[in-house]
Design a protein around this ligand. Structure first.
Ligand SMILES: NC(=O)C1=CN([C@@H]2O[C@H](COP(=O)(O)OP(=O)(O)OC[C@H]3O[C@@H](n4cnc5c(N)ncnc54)[C@H](OP(=O)(O)O)[C@@H]3O)[C@@H](O)[C@H]2O)[C@@H](O)CC1
Ligand SMILES: Nc1ncnc2c1ncn2[C@@H]1O[C@H](COP(=O)(O)OP(=O)(O)O)[C@@H](O)[C@H]1O
Ligand SMILES: [K+]
Length: 478
């Protein structure tokens, strides 16, 4: 069993692949072996989470997830715990493996409780796993509600019940811990998955993934980029930030500050507000330029940050010329609205010019011509659809940021938290990615590395210190 931490990358498998892995293992092993392993692993983790627990409520559902719970309950009772077992369903209708777990429970002298306990020290959520097919209803919904009311740690088996294992969508049990079995599923790490799953643990039940290819990766830490002694500012590339229309100069400044602190050799700031040139940015290292005078073919450009509608006039020049490009915020909205800009964007890939789009879910919805809920319902699919449509790398921001590129499995970022949900942190990310592009990282690696470090910086932010974008930018790359 492993604790899933952002110290390495992890392959993720969707439900279809997990079912194939399970079927191959079932065929090769004596019947009931996997459920025995699953139940034992769950019981062991329950003890580790709540070593002094006396009463443990195991809330079982009508399928094999419930069977894992029944098997765990038998172990916990054998180890001296008071196991209170409820079943939202008919024991006679359980699938074969779960029925066997039910028989073992009965043989151990245990029976079902008529209702959840009024109090317990730990809840085990064995209502639904990868078979969750529709929103929780009836007895399952009642059990989930009771679990929330107990106010004790909740250990979810495989998937927090109700959560869609592939997407992280769906109203689900909110667990403090989730023990993923056989495979790690992408839905645990994006959309509602992080909040539902809590700390994720993984047990492969001694079954290798075999020939199955992961549908996505949980990203690990990027490689360090040591700065050679015999290097100079030209070795690290030049960034230009174009944005900051009237009233929004701060966004462009944040991106430029992040690019500077993330290690770009030189950073140009090209505000779209003519008056902004008179502002003292407090960063004398920045070189203020009119955008039309920038040497675009030699620059990594971050375009859009606070760009307002003015950025649409810049894009016909920037899209074909920038050596590498990050499009954020208003630049994305302009692309979403103009077919000519979309064509210029797509044409960049034919010339192998690296491009990264950094939409939040609303911007992604505009680019895809759909709604924000539709994007959030399947963030991996939305990011992949965008990458395919615009032939570039896409960083779909939010809880469990997705990094996608055409023709390869997407990555889900494991770092960051809602402390980043404050104005301007997305501008910081755009500037940070541009700095890595300027250094020569390929677009996917640049996006993945900057997103990981940006989130990690937030995770390590001192608890009592407000996290604001300006301070985040000043520590980029640190
Ligand atoms: N086989 C093995 O040995 C192993 C299995 N493993 C474990 O099994 C889990 C998968 O088991 P599973 O396929 O039985 O699916 P599961 O999640 O229990 O639910 C299916 C049941 O729920 C029902 N149902 C669904 N949604 C519902 C709703 N909203 N409201 C009400 N009912 C609803 C659905 O009914 P139906 O849709 O058919 O009407 C069906 O009866 C997996 O996550 C892992 O924990 C692992 O230990 C590895 C070894
Ligand atoms: N709940 C969250 N968990 C992880 N990251 C988050 C969360 N909320 C926001 N972020 C991150 O904060 C940044 C916000 O970017 P964005 O929405 O563009 O805001 P802004 O335009 O104000 O800069 C993104 O990198 C996003 O992934
Ligand atoms: K569950």
């Amino acid at each position: 069993m492993h604790q899933v931490a952002p110290d390495r990358s992890w392959p993720l498998f969707d439900v279809a692949a997990t079912r194939r892995i399970e079927q191959a293992a079932q065929a090769a092993l004596p019947p009931f072996t996997l459920m025995q392993r699953a139940g034992l692993a769950t019981a062991r983790l329950a003890l580790a989470i709540a070593p002094h627990a006396r009463r443990i409520w195991i809330a079982c559902g009508p399928g094999n997830n419930g069977g894992d719970g029944l098997e765990a309950a038998t172990h916990l009772a054998a180890w001296g715990k008071e196991a209170v077992v409820t079943l939202a369903g008919d024991p006679a209708a359980l699938p074969a493996d779960a029925k066997r777990a039910w028989e073992r429970l009965r043989q151990a002298g245990l029976d079902l409780a008529p209702a959840p306990p009024h109090d317990c020290d730990l809840c085990i959520d064995a209502l639904l796993g990868i078979g969750a097919a529709r929103p929780l209803q009836g007895g399952l919904a009642a059990a989930a509600q009771a679990m929330a009311g107990v106010g004790r740690p909740v250990l979810a088996i495989d998937v927090p019940s109700g959560l869609h294992a592939d997407t992280g969508a769906g109203l689900a049990v909110r667990a403090t811990h989730t023990l993923a079995l056989l495979t790690l599923k992408p839905g645990l790490f994006t959309a509602g998955g992080r909040d539902a799953a809590g700390q994720v643990w993984f047990d492969d039940l001694e079954v290798p993934a075999g020939p199955e290819a992961p549908c996505a990766l949980l990203a690990g830490p990027p490689l360090a980029q040591p700065r050679l002694h015999a290097s100079h500012k030209g070795s690290y590339g030049d960034v230009a930030v174009i944005g900051g229309a009237p009233g929004m100069a701060g966004a462009a400044l944040l991106a430029a500050s992040a690019a500077l602190h993330a290690g770009a050799g030189r950073v140009y700031l090209a505000p779209l507000d003519p008056a902004a040139a008179r502002l003292a940015p407090g960063l004398p290292e920045l070189m203020l330029r009119d955008w039309s005078s920038l040497p675009l073919p030699s620059l990594a450009v971050a375009c859009g940050c606070g760009g307002g509608t003015a950025v649409a006039d810049v894009l016909p020049q920037v899209l074909p010329q920038a050596a590498s490009l990050v499009l954020d915020a208003d630049a994305l909205n302009a692309v979403a609205a103009q077919a000519d800009l979309q064509a210029l964007l797509r044409a960049r890939s034919q010339r192998s010019l690296p491009t990264v789009l950094t939409p939040h879910p609303l911007e992604a919805a505009r680019l895809l011509g759909t709604s924000t809920p539709a994007v959030q319902a399947d963030r991996l699919a939305a990011a992949q659809a965008l990458a395919a449509r615009y032939a570039c790398v896409v960083v779909l921001k939010g809880s469990g940021t997705v990094i996608a590129a055409p023709g390869q499995p997407p990555a889900i970022n494991p770092t960051g938290s809602a402390r980043l949900a404050t104005g301007g942190t997305g501008d910081v990310l755009a500037g940070w990615i541009a700095a890595l592009l300027a250094h020569g990282l390929p677009a996917f690696e640049a996006g993945q590395a900057a997103v990981f470090r940006h989130g990690q910086l937030a995770d390590r932010w001192p608890a009592g210190e407000p996290l604001v974008a300006g301070a985040l930018a000043a520590r980029a790359g640190g």
